[in-house]
Design a protein. Sequence first.
Length: 135
Amino acid sequence: MLDWVITLSVVMGALLIAASVRNDDVSRALGILVVTAVLLYEPVLVSFTGGTVGHHLTNLRVVDDRGGNVSFLKACARMVVKDLLGWCSFVILMATSRNQAIHDLVTRSTVQIRDLAKALPGQYITERKAPGFHS
């Protein structure tokens, strides 16, 4: 949600600037710049910093199942799947042991707590054990 607020703020700001400049070339360049920024926002931040501004502010991090940050291409694929499925991607969260959305399952990634020391117990759900396989 925080990332959508940031994205919409950038788009609205660009629209206001384009409307006030009243120059087609400037408006076109600004439009290309904003579309590029919106398309690259999530993949670049997720692959290089482990999360978007929204992830950082909510103490979350996107992690590759093999460890570390996801690659740029995997972050792009993750975003495309999430954008295509919308909220439907999140329906499966409660059915997976690691609380993964469809876009995380497809790209073999997980959203985790960034700093466990800063998280309160009610702010996260621990990994669930599969039924019948208790240790």
